[in-house]
Each structure stands twice: as structure tokens, then as C-alpha cells.
Design a protein around this ligand. Structure first.
Ligand SMILES: [Zn+2]
Ligand SMILES: [Zn+2]
Length: 568
């Protein structure tokens, strides 16, 4: 999709340059605007802006590390005279500026020059390629000058630290891996909080890269009137949470869903309605912020752990591509829960933060709710009710009976009997049992392992319900295990009973996840890495597992490389 966008952008670029050449009407347009909007009309957009407010922003934004930028050398950019050597880029930027905050800037002399100067300055200083969206973020900062006596160097510092905080790598990275990671998080969030909508989008092949890219890149500036932009950014700065824009997008989708999900609305209709969404009033934005806050409060801390592992907001990361490929957030079955968060849920007396590097990680008497976002969230999540389904199947059919090889289990888990797990309709049986509780619990699925099953999926799964969509792409449908194919592959190389069981377990897991989504179960997640990862971390932190056998096969296995067949 990103590639499509790139081609689109290139076409867009060509178009814009042509328009620029023939665009002599822009001044006329501005004169026309002045007739319709008086100075007083424009001043309404700045009600929130005061010197005190800006000092507040500076304090909040500068307190987090912004050391990556050398502000000492931004001594007096009021007289910067930067130039770009790339004429094509210069034109593109100038054209974008012609479209930036046109109405709100009609009474501000030099608005375009200031935006141009600071954009070029930013690009040269950071050695990045200009990306559209940056102009939309800079515009409102430049317009502060309309209301306040504020130097360009102050504006520049505010702008840079704001961009660093909320769009850290989006503008700096040529391959967009951090942006892709962010978009995957949005999809996981949507699936977690609004399975119905997720399902409808998936059915119509609508993915976040198609609707959320410009929301993230402009931090909603191109969707909001100027006063609403200031209001929303003020909240963003105050909340100090770089995942908040992700919650905001999911909230925006939910609140407006009646507008675009109607009978007969197809792929392109929905997308065009979504791209036309605007937020014009403070009431509207408050409504979205409230829902976004609620979404954030109900989201497991592991989303932060995941964004941390993907280094989306690590400015110095040079590992974004590898991490994206390692975790594959785009292919995750549901929101993953990392073992550390599971420990926080189960062993509240032992852990007070899921983040290993936090001083509150292991519970001590002097727990202080410092400015660790994981601690803060962990406190919030204490009232959420969790059900942990342990769906591991064991070779000897022991039904959780103790044996010396048994790897143990976690307390507070619902261990499903092996007889039940081997039934063909296991997933629907389980779902029917919990159907009435589906909005009250967070369901966590625990399997043996969970790594990358994708390559086996192709071998073992047949696709059911394939159909062609209107845009000519095959809809994937639901996947079911193809036992004949399994036999074929296993016969060729020989397979153990254990492998069959792992495959059955994975099939159970897939069916459970898919079925729960179809039945609109909210709050479904799975343990990342499965029991294998839980066991590994339990050993690391010296946690006692229940019925942990003396000759536990996981303890043994950890000394070897894993076998050829990985269920994960
Ligand atoms: Zn912490
Ligand atoms: Zn063990």
C-alpha cells in the first residue's frame, strides 16, 4: 500500500508543479477570502493562545529529551536565509505552502516565507527528505506569530520538539517502517476495541494505511480548524503519551461510523467519506478525546511494550526495518500480551510495572508512581477483569496431571481439558459458554508457542470462502487446516505425535481468534511467545510455576536449539 501511496504522491507532485506554473489566481483568491473573513473572524481561532500557554507547552515538551537537536546553533533564525539545492523539492514545498492554512493566514504578512524558511532549515539541519505533512504541522506554529510576539527560533524549537515527540521517525525514515508499525498498532487497537468495525473493514480490504496515514503525518492538522488544532495539540502535549494519536484515530473512526458504514457503501465510498472527515468544533474534539482516553485506559500495557520493542518513538533507532520484520506487527493475530504484563496481572504482589528497566519493576515498599508511563498504566489496569484460557494440548493426554516432564502452569488460568481441546467444535463450545460475558472480560489466550507460523500456514491451510472483491483483490476468507496436506508433508519426512498436537493446538487457536472476532468479542489478546516465553521469563525472575516437573521438557529444551517444527 505504501508503494501505491508513493506512486500517488509522485503523480501528485507532478500535478502540483504544473498547477504552480499556471497558478496566477492565488492572490485573487486571497483577496476574495479577505472580503468574506474580517480580522475579527480570524482572531477567533486564537482564543486559546496566550504567552502563558506557550510557556506551558515549552516546559512540557522540553522536559523530555530533545538533545538530538542542537538548538544552540539556532541562534537567530529570524534572519535565516536557507536555500535548497533541489529545485523540484523547492517547488513542491512552495506549492504545499500555498495550500497551508490559507484562510487563517490572510492577515499575516510573510506567513509563506516563514513556513518556507523554517521547512528548508529543518530539512537541511536534519538531513531529511521533505515529506508532505510537515507543512501542516509547521503552519499552526508559525501562525502563533500572528497573535504573540514570539521569535522564529522559539517557534522552531517548539515545532521540532513537538514533531520529535509525536511523529518521531515518520519524517526521517525513507522506508516508513515506523509509520507502518504505527498503522499496525491502529489495526490491532481497532480489532481489540471495535471488532465489528474491524471485521467490516477487513471484509472490504480497508486497512489503516489508506485512511490513517495523513491523520498521523499531520497530527490531525489538516482535519481540524485552527482553534481545534491548537486545542487538540494542547491536550496531546499535556497527556504526554505518544500513543494517544493512535487512540484518537480509533475513537474518531468509532464516533463517525454511522457516516461511512452503511448498507451498500463499498471500498471507495467509505474511503472518500473517511478522507473528508473534519473536526470543526471543540465539542466534537472533546467527545473524541474522551473516548480516546477511555480506549487508552482499557488497552493493555503491552501495546506500549510493543511500540517500545518496535522502537517507533526511539529517535536514534537504526533498527526499524529489522524490528518490523522480526515482530511483523501487521500479521499479528490479535493484540499480543507480553509475559511481563501477564505476571503483573497474576502476581500483583511481586510486580508493579511490566517494564524491566523501571525501578518499580519488582515490587518494593517504596513504590512511587514516578513518571513511568508503564507504571501509570499498570495502576489503571488493575480493575480490569481477565480470563486466561490455557489451551495447550499434551502428548500423554495427562489432563494437567503431574509428571516429571510437565512444564507447569500459571495460577489464575482456566485450563481447558484435553478431551475438550481435541473435539472438532472446541472453539464454538468455548465461545458459547462465554458469549454473555464478552463485554466484561479481557480474554487472554495462552498456547504452547506462538512464533511465526506464516510459512506453515501456506503448507497446511486451505482457504475457505474465497471471493473476488470489487477492486479485484482476492478476499482471504477463513483458513482451515488441511489434514491431507499435513499428512502429505509429515509422511515425507516423518512426524511425531507432538507435532500433530501442536498443529491441532494452532488450529484451535486460529479458530478461536477468528470466531471471537466474528462474534464481536471485544478485548481479546494472546500471549506473545506462548507458554514457552512465559516459562523462560518465569525462570529468569524466579517465579514458581505450579506443578513444574523436575525434568520439565522446556527446561531441557532451553539448552538446545528448537526443533524443526515450530508451532508458535
Ligand atoms: Zn514503571
Ligand atoms: Zn521448566
Amino acid at each position: 500500500m505504501i508503494n501505491n501511496n508513493e506512486t500517488k504522491n509522485q503523480n501528485h507532485l507532478k500535478l502540483k508543479i504544473e498547477e504552480y506554473d499556471s497558478n496566477n489566481e492565488k492572490n485573487l483568491y486571497k483577496e476574495e477570502l479577505k472580503k468574506n473573513y474580517s480580522k475579527e473572524d480570524i482572531e477567533q481561532y486564537f482564543e486559546l493562545i496566550t504567552e502563558t500557554k506557550i510557556i506551558g507547552w515549552e516546559n512540557k515538551l522540553f522536559e523530555s529529551k530533545i538533545s538530538v537537536h542542537d538548538f544552540e546553533n539556532v541562534a537567530d533564525p529570524d534572519i535565516i536565509n536557507e536555500v535548497s539545492n533541489d529545485k523540484k523539492i523547492t517547488r513542491l514545498i512552495k506549492n504545499d505552502i500555498e495550500r497551508t492554512r490559507v484562510k487563517e493566514s490572510i492577515y499575516m504578512p510573510n506567513f509563506n516565507d516563514y513556513v518556507y524558511q523554517l521547512l528548508i532549515y529543518y530539512i537541511n539541519k536534519n538531513d531529511v527528505i521533505y515529506k508532505q505533512g510537515l507543512n501542516e504541522v509547521l503552519g499552526p506554529f508559525i501562525l502563533l506569530k500572528y497573535k504573540l510576539k514570539i521569535s522564529l527560533s522559539r517557534i522552531y524549537k517548539l515545532f521540532v520538539s513537538f514533531v520529535d515527540k509525536f511523529s518521531t521517525n515518520y519524517f526521517h525514515e525513507s522506508d516508513f517502517y515506523s509509520l507502518r508499525s504505527s498503522l499496525s498498532l491502529i489495526n490491532l487497537l481497532l480489532r481489540y476495541h471495535e471488532p465489528e468495525l474491524f471485521h467490516k473493514f477487513e471484509h472490504r480490504l480497508i486497512s489503516p494505511d489508506l485512511y490513517a496515514t495523513c491523520w498521523l503525518m499531520t497530527l490531525f492538522a489538516n482535519k481540524c480548524s485552527l482553534n481545534v488544532t491548537y486545542y487538540l495539540w494542547d491536550k496531546l502535549i499535556l497527556f504526554d503519551d505518544n500513543l494517544f494519536p493512535h487512540y484518537f484515530i480509533v475513537a474518531l473512526l468509532i464516533i463517525n461510523k454511522e457516516k461511512y458504514i452503511g448498507k451498500g457503501n463499498d471500498f471507495s465510498t467509505i474511503l472518500s467519506i473517511l478522507s473528508d472527515l473534519h473536526i470543526d468544533t471543540i465539542e466534537e474534539v472533546n467527545k473524541i478525546i474522551n473516548l480516546a482516553t477511555e480506549i487508552g485506559d482499557k488497552t493493555p500495557n503491552s501495546l506500549y511494550l510493543l511500540s517500545n520493542r518496535l522502537e517507533i518513538f526511539n529517535f536514534n533507532s537504526n533498527n526499524l526495518k529489522n524490528l518490523y520484520e522480526q515482530y511483523n506487527p501487521d500479521k499479528m493475530f490479535a493484540l499480543p500480551i507480553f509475559p511481563n504484563e501477564l505476571f503483573c496481572i497474576i502476581y500483583q504482589d511481586l510486580f508493579s510495572c511490566p517494564y524491566e528497566k523501571c525501578k518499580n519493576f519488582l515490587k518494593t515498599k517504596n513504590f512511587d508512581l514516578s513518571n513511568c508511563i508503564y507504571c501509570r498504566n499498570n495502576e489503571l489496569k488493575k480493575n480490569i477483569k481477565n480470563i486466561i484460557f490455557d489451551i495447550r494440548i499434551f502428548e500423554d493426554d495427562s489432563n494437567w496431571k503431574v509428571s516429571e516432564e510437565f512444564p507447569g502452569y500459571l495460577p489464575c488460568t482456566l485450563r481447558i481439558t484435553n478431551q475438550e481441546l481435541r473435539k472438532p467444535n472446541f472453539s464454538s463450545n468455548l465461545i458459547n459458554k462465554y458469549n454473555t460475558e464478552k463485554d466484561n472480560y479481557h480474554f487472554i489466550i495462552l498456547t504452547s508457542e506462538t512464533d511465526n507460523f506464516q510459512k506453515f500456514e501456506k503448507q497446511f491451510y486451505k482457504v475457505k470462502g474465497r471471493r473476488n472483491s470489487k477492486v479485484g483483490v482476492n478476499y482471504k476468507g477463513y483458513k482451515e487446516i488441511d489434514i491431507n496436506k499435513v499428512k502429505e508433508v509429515f509422511n515425507k519426512r516423518g512426524a511425531s505425535k507432538k507435532e500433530y498436537l501442536l498443529l491441532k493446538e494452532f488450529d484451535n487457536f486460529k479458530k478461536l481468534i477468528d470466531e471471537m472476532n466474528k462474534q464481536e468479542f471485544k478485548y481479546v489478546s494472546y500471549v506473545y511467545g506462548g507458554y514457552k516465553e512465559v516459562h523462560l521469563n518465569a525462570m529468569k525472575y524466579k517465579i514458581d510455576l505450579i506443578e513444574h516437573g523436575k525434568k520439565c521438557f522446556l527446561c531441557k529444551e532451553q539448552n538446545f536449539n528448537s526443533s524443526f517444527f515450530k508451532f508458535w
